[in-house]
Design a protein around this ligand. Structure first.
Ligand code: GLY
Length: 399
């Protein structure tokens, strides 16, 4: 593997860096792209003031391809399943490369219903899962409580999905950071201020500290901020918007007598709520979905609704210490699917727009981006997710 070269510095000027790949954004998607690119021998730089941060610091880490299935998202389902299948081997490789535990648990998920509306919703989801050839099993309320005794007596049925697992996004981000460092990725702790254009080609970026990074390929992987990099032509900017999620962390007191043994989720009053139990005693309760721009305020209403809905499912949670409340921004895209690969601007690629599936899609995103960066070809699985699908749609609009 090559090390990235640094040009001589003038007095008081930040150094200029030359590399094969500049990744703009050091969240899990940027880090996995950088790690996989470096593994393939590409000199890789990540620009981010705080790499290892971003939405992963907030996310619950559900790997919920089957329980988060939605009508009209069959192609996304195929991508999600392909990434879910990679998780065990990906985790093993990452843990080996970084020496860090990522908290991956093949624990399964139980989606439950309280009232007749919830049951109808779950029946509909079950039918969709069956039509899609997915593995899920309908349980009575009693069978649900036999699996998870802390569930409320009012739980009247549920779907058991043993294939939907979880990982710990904070530990995942930390492991990716270490794996990147060990693979020779260089970090510039600054924001990308604007992209550099040479003729009709992206050739790197100028960072907020004045550093100029010259790159053969620039990957925009800045999560919800990906739609705003200065210098990128308007029609090439990814149509990504922030979608706020508020989330809570509770603690099950040690020595972690099983409170919940798997992820429990439901749709209560039309809104999804989930409880994700970690082996270390953390219990994550999420998440709101709010279209409020860049707002990341934790509100009394958001916390109230999450606790109210979670309490209806698992009344015992009110006994647990509430240790953290937080809000983050999902990178939403017009079709809820990611934008992976080359844009209309030569030299500029995107790995963004993962919306609700960033953690789930981390393994596949790394693989896809490394493949396209080294061969120039987007793998078959990722073809429907090219960022060009949106610029093409614009071109087809009547004048
Ligand atoms: N995938 C869970 C969420 O976005 O809240």
């Amino acid at each position: 593997m090559h090390a990235s070269s640094t040009m001589p510095e003038g007095p008081g000027t930040p150094s200029d860096t030359v590399c094969d790949v500049l990744v703009v954004g050091g969240g899990v998607i940027g880090l996995v792209t950088a790690w996989r690119a470096a593994q393939r021998g590409l000199r890789t730089v990540v620009a981010d003031p705080a790499p290892g941060g971003g939405a992963a610091l907030v996310a619950a880490g559900m790997l919920a391809a089957v329980t988060e299935l939605h009508h009209g998202e069959q192609r996304l389902l195929a991508l999600n399943l392909a990434s879910a299948r990679r998780y065990p081997a990906f985790t093993a490789e990452l843990e080996e490369a970084s020496g860090q535990d990522t908290g991956y648990r093949a624990c399964g998920t139980l989606a439950v219903a309280l009232d007749a509306d919830d049951r109808a919703h779950l029946r509909e989801l079950h039918a969709l899962q069956q039509r899609s050839g997915l593995d899920s099993q309908w349980l009575s309320g009693r069978e649900c409580r036999r699996l998870e005794p802390m569930l409320a007596p009012g739980v009247s049925g549920g779907l058991r999905v043993d294939g939907d697992h979880q990982t710990d996004p904070r530990r995942l981000a930390k492991a990716l950071l270490v794996a990147c460092e060990r693979a020779g990725v260089r970090f510039h702790r600054a924001e990308a201020a604007r992209i550099t254009l040479t003729g009709e080609r992206a050739t790197g970026a100028v960072l907020s500290d004045g550093t100029r990074v010259a790159a053969g390929a620039t990957v925009l992987a800045a999560g919800s901020h990906s739609g705003a990099l200065a210098g990128v032509p308007e029609h090439v900017l990814p149509p990504v918007r922030p979608v706020k999620g508020q989330i809570l962390r509770l603690r099950v007191p040690g020595p972690y007598a099983p409170f919940l043994s798997r992820t429990v989720r439901a749709v209560v009053r039309g809104g999804p709520v989930y409880l994700v139990p970690r082996e270390n005693g953390e219990l994550v309760v999420g998440a709101t979905t709010e279209e409020l721009g860049w707002d990341t305020t934790v509100t009394a209403g958001g916390v109230y609704e999450l606790l109210r809905d979670a309490h209806e499912l698992v009344p015992g949670i009110t006994e647990l210490p509430l240790v953290e409340t937080r809000a983050g921004l999902r990178p939403g895209s017009p079709d809820n699917a990611p934008l992976l690969g080359p844009t209309e601007l030569p030299g500029l690629l995107t790995a963004t727009g993962h919306h609700r599936n960033g953690i789930l899609l981390t393994p596949l995103t790394g693989e896809v981006m490394a493949e396209v960066l080294t061969t120039g070809r987007l793998p078959e699985t990722a073809l429907p997710f090219s960022p060009r699908r949106f610029s093409n749609a614009l071109q087809e609009l009547p004048a």
